[in-house]
Design a protein around this ligand. Structure first.
Ligand code: HEC
Ligand code: HEC
Ligand code: HEC
Ligand code: HEC
Ligand code: HEC
Ligand code: HEC
Length: 348
């Protein structure tokens, strides 16, 4: 009954996209809450005959979100080999994978879908907390409660994608964020699809925002880790602008150098911008990871364990992340900033 009702709401919204649900802020309470868990004498949340802590219409916060976001902008998806349209954050469907390991002997040493990205406590959709990590690496945020409302405010915010900002208490007191929400602009939830000329415009603050839960993980060179939230500098910006794939490392031009697969942060970025970085643009967590999940371990934007991108999916049988250059010789996308492909004598 509940699912049927939400499906009708969802289909109506798809038919008339102007009638947004969240309406840029808090939506009508009954979309997510039920006061008596009863309508026409029938349980609204059939999974929770004794109710649930926040008077929700489904068993957990994430189940409530997924009930709609399964078919409106398929945030989860159902088929690991045929994922929904990519927007920016990536789809959670890969959490259902049995193996993501495309490294050597990956078929014999499976890495479970747990590692595809952030896990969701959503028992109504067959999803549970991460079985390996008990807290956010670099921080203390508990894996046991990880879900949509760990990052997005169910009641809306003024910020990008309703993300929590500084001072916001998350999930009824689990954590308090200290860093602001990132500055960014996103694609349409209904019509958006990531391409080289259509992508999230990452403008600033993402590394600090991830740091709300991950501390200074990856952010501090003194810990011998890769910089994030740091400027590229002139040499790396030039490499990025010239790099047009393993087979064309010096043929790119700055005006069209942007690669949606390896984004950088810059206040000048727009959802349609194709320009490469300047020395002042920043490398960010989001240069290498997606915020939800991918079909590579560690929510990698590309698989960090393959030598050639075309090897992705081969050992594991998981979805192969498309190679933006479509070239059998294409190597790791770390090279967009570093150009350390084979024959790196071509490097400027
Ligand atoms: C998009 C779904 C959604 C909508 C719409 C929504 N809520 Fe909530 N609400 C939640 C979830 C999920 C929680 C559980 C806490 C969490 O996960 O952050 C919650 C928790 C609460 C709480 C208890 C915790 C707190 O933050 O104080 C109150 C009170 C509340 N909601 C009131 C409302 C009212 C009033 C409305 C309508 C104006 C509303 N909600 C609309 C999803 C929603
Ligand atoms: C009743 C259906 C419904 C439910 C339940 C629902 N959503 Fe949505 N959501 C939508 C629709 C429709 C849109 C696109 C239009 C809009 O922004 O309102 C959307 C858009 C969004 C966006 C993108 C907003 C933007 O404009 O950038 C986020 C983020 C989001 N939802 C998160 C959540 C979270 C988190 C929950 C659970 C707490 C949730 N939604 C529950 C229907 C729903
Ligand atoms: C609300 C807290 C929170 C925020 C914000 C957050 N993370 Fe996490 N992250 C976690 C927790 C908890 C885990 C471990 C449990 C899990 O994977 O669900 C985790 C795990 C990860 C993993 C490892 C996944 C795996 O299973 O191996 C990566 C990679 C990651 N986060 C990257 C990011 C990036 C990038 C951002 C910013 C876009 C970010 N996180 C923002 C809490 C957070
Ligand atoms: C670890 C934090 C985190 C969690 C957990 C999370 N989101 Fe997101 N979400 C983000 C960030 C950050 C973005 C913007 C990413 C980008 O554009 O690269 C985003 C983007 C989105 C969008 C815009 C479309 C897209 O794919 O970029 C929607 C809709 C959305 N989230 C809904 C959800 C729902 C529903 C859940 C739970 C099923 C969820 N999110 C869980 C952080 C999170
Ligand atoms: C230059 C690319 C790059 C950047 C930038 C980056 N990461 Fe990573 N991240 C990786 C790679 C590659 C791994 C795989 C493990 C390794 O190589 O250490 C990883 C692994 C992780 C893990 C999993 C660790 C574990 O123990 O399972 C988390 C969490 C994570 N990154 C979070 C972040 C956060 C948060 C940021 C921004 C502050 C960030 N990363 C920036 C490339 C990057
Ligand atoms: C968006 C651009 C970008 C991407 C993508 C990127 N890096 Fe970096 N990397 C940088 C910047 C900027 C520095 C700091 C350079 C400096 O300070 O001279 C750096 C530094 C490094 C260093 C230290 C070099 C030194 O001189 O100490 C290593 C090693 C490295 N990166 C490896 C990687 C690997 C491996 C990947 C892929 C997983 C990667 N990088 C992806 C921008 C990037």
């Amino acid at each position: 009954m509940r699912k049927a009702l939400l499906t009708i709401i969802g289909l109506a919204l798809i038919a008339t996209p102007a009638a947004a649900f969240h309406d840029g802020g808090v939506a009508h309470c009954n979309g997510c809450h039920t006061m008596h868990n009863s309508q026409d004498g029938v349980l609204i949340d059939g999974d929770s005959p004794n109710g649930n802590p926040w008077l929700l219409v489904d068993a957990s916060p994430s189940d409530v979100c997924i009930a709609c976001h399964d078919h409106i902008e398929h945030t989860l998806g159902t088929d690991v080999l045929n994922p929904p349209t990519l927007k920016g954050a990536g789809n959670f469907v890969y959490l259902l994978e049995d193996n993501l390991n495309d490294g050597h002997n990956g078929a014999l040493n499976p890495i479970s879908g747990d590692a595809a990205g952030h896990n969701l406590v959503a028992p109504g959709h067959g999803l549970a907390a991460d079985a390996t990590l008990t807290a956010a690496p670099g921080g203390t945020f508990p894996a046991a409660v990880m879900g949509c409302t760990s990052c997005h405010d169910p009641h809306g915010t003024q910020d990008f994608r309703f993300l929590y900002g500084a001072g916001r208490v998350v999930q009824d007191g689990v954590a308090t964020f200290t860093n602001a929400a990132p500055t960014a602009e996103g694609l349409s939830v209904f019509f958006g699809a990531e391409t080289q000329g259509s992508h999230t415009a990452y403008q600033g603050g993402m590394s600090a925002w991830c740091g709300n839960c991950h501390g200074d993980f990856h952010a501090n060179n003194a810990q011998l880790v890769h910089p994030s939230g740091a400027t590229l500098g002139g040499t790396i910006a030039t490499t990025y602008n010239l790099y047009n794939g393993t087979s064309d490392q010096l043929g790119g031009v700055a005006a069209t150098a942007y690669l949606a697969d390896v984004p950088f942060e810059d206040a000048a970025n727009t959802v349609g911008s194709t320009a490469g970085p300047t020395a002042a643009s920043q490398v960010s967590c989001i240069s290498c990871h997606r915020a939800h999940a991918t079909s590579a371990p560690d929510a990698g934007r590309w698989d960090f364990s393959v030598t050639f991108l075309h090897e992705d999916g081969a050992e594991s049988g998981s979805y192969a992340i498309p190679d933006p250059y479509g070239d059998v010789n294409q190597r790791s996308l770390c090279n967009k900033c570093h150009a350390k492909d084979a024959h790196s004598t071509m490097t400027p």
